[in-house]
Design a protein around this ligand. Structure first.
Ligand SMILES: [Zn+2]
Length: 238
C-alpha cells in the first residue's frame, strides 16, 4: 500500500512537475499604463499586474511550481526577468499587463505569443511593453528573436489556445470584448527563451473597462481561468 502511494506520488509529480514563471509587468518608477476613475482615483498598471500575477501564482501553486519575477513594487529590467527563467528553470513564461490607448474608447482583452509578423496596431502595444531595454541589446535580440520563435512558436500558440479557451466564459460573463490571440514581438518573451504569453487584460485608459478589471472578483476569475488553461496545456505537453 505504501509502495502504491509512493508510485502514485511519483507519477503525479512527473505529470505536474512543470515550472511556470509569472511576470507582473513594469514596477517601481516604471509604472506602465495609468488609468483614472473620476478625478481622484488613479491606477497604475504595475499594481494591477502584480495583483493578478500573485493570484495566478497562488492558483497554479495548487498544481505545479510557480514563481514570480517580482513580488513587490520594484523596477526589474526585461533582461533580469528573463534571467529568472533560467534561474528557476522555468518551462513556461506568463507576462501580465494591462492595455492603454490614446483613444479612450479602446477596449477589450488580448493575448500575445512571440512571433515576428505583427501589424501596425500591435506595434503600439509592443512599444509600450518593450521599454527598459538598452539600445545595443536590441540588435542582438533581432537574431535571438528568430531563434526563439523557431523553438517556441508552436508551443506558445497551443498554450495561448488552451488559456483562451478557459478565459472565454470569464470574458463573456464580465462583458469584456475578446480581441483574441495575436503574434507580437515582445522582448521579455524572446529573452526568456520559453514558450510563453503576454496577456493584456483590458484597457486602463477606458474608465468603464478599468472599473471592471480592477475588481477583486474579476481578477480572481481571471487568475483561476488562466491557471486552468496553463494546466490544460501542461497535461498535454510532451
Ligand atoms: Zn505593460
Amino acid at each position: 500500500m505504501y509502495f502504491l502511494a509512493l508510485l502514485f506520488l511519483l507519477i503525479t509529480t512527473e505529470i505536474s512537475a512543470k515550472v511556470v514563471l509569472i511576470d507582473p509587468g513594469h514596477g517601481g518608477e516604471e509604472v506602465g499604463a495609468i488609468g483614472h476613475i473620476g478625478n481622484k482615483n488613479k491606477y497604475y498598471e504595475k499594481d494591477l499586474a502584480l495583483r493578478l500575477a500573485k493570484k495566478i501564482k497562488d492558483e497554479l501553486a495548487k498544481s505545479t511550481s510557480a514563481y514570480l519575477t517580482r513580488s513587490i513594487d520594484r523596477l526589474v529590467s526585461l533582461q533580469d526577468r528573463a534571467q529568472m527563467a533560467d534561474d528557476v528553470r522555468a518551462d513556461l513564461f506568463l507576462s501580465i499587463h494591462f492595455n492603454s490607448s490614446v483613444n479612450e474608447k479602446s477596449h477589450g482583452f488580448e493575448m500575445y505569443y512571440l512571433d515576428n509578423n505583427s501589424n501596425v496596431a500591435t506595434q503600439k502595444v509592443e512599444r509600450s511593453e518593450n521599454l527598459n531595454l538598452k539600445g545595443e541589446e536590441l540588435i542582438v535580440n533581432q537574431i535571438l528573436v528568430d531563434l526563439v520563435v523557431q523553438q517556441t512558436v508552436s508551443h506558445s500558440k497551443q498554450l495561448a489556445r488552451d488559456v483562451h479557451e478557459k478565459l472565454k466564459p470569464v470574458l463573456k460573463k464580465n462583458k469584456l470584448d475578446d480581441r483574441g490571440i495575436k503574434p507580437g514581438l515582445f522582448y521579455v518573451l524572446a529573452l526568456s527563451k520559453r514558450p510563453g504569453l503576454l496577456i493584456e487584460v483590458g484597457f486602463m485608459s477606458n474608465p468603464g473597462e478599468l472599473q471592471k478589471v480592477k475588481e477583486e472578483k474579476f481578477l480572481n476569475e481571471m487568475a483561476k481561468a488562466i491557471s486552468e488553461g496553463v494546466m490544460a496545456f501542461v497535461k498535454n505537453m510532451k
